[in-house]
Unconditional design. Structure first.
Length: 94
């Protein structure tokens, strides 16, 4: 993530989302927000159309971005798609 990049943010509303928006802005990048209820196909299409560098979100939302050929349950880089990063909200009530 850096200046001029576009990063997708796909998470539930809350403090974590606000902190990520500030972090993305501090890096000089822009964010493309997605509501937690947005279907995976819609998120993929928007990220592709916008040529986003990646997507940051919560594990339950990013499960569809996991590489099916990998044994790693955590989301990773999907074939031909943007990178995804898991954000944990462990211990936080949403």
């Amino acid at each position: 993530m850096g200046a001029g990049n576009l990063i997708g943010l796909w998470m539930h509303r809350g403090l974590d989302l606000l902190v990520l928006q500030l972090a993305v802005a501090k890096c000089g990048a822009a964010w493309l927000p997605f509501d937690a209820k947005t279907p995976l196909a819609r998120v993929r299409d928007c990220l592709s159309d916008a040529r986003a560098a990646g997507v940051i979100g919560e594990r339950d939302l990013l499960a569809g971005f996991a590489d099916p050929s990998s044994s790693d349950p955590a989301p990773g880089v999907s074939a031909g798609g943007p990178a995804s990063v898991e954000v944990s909200n462990k211990g936080r009530e949403l």
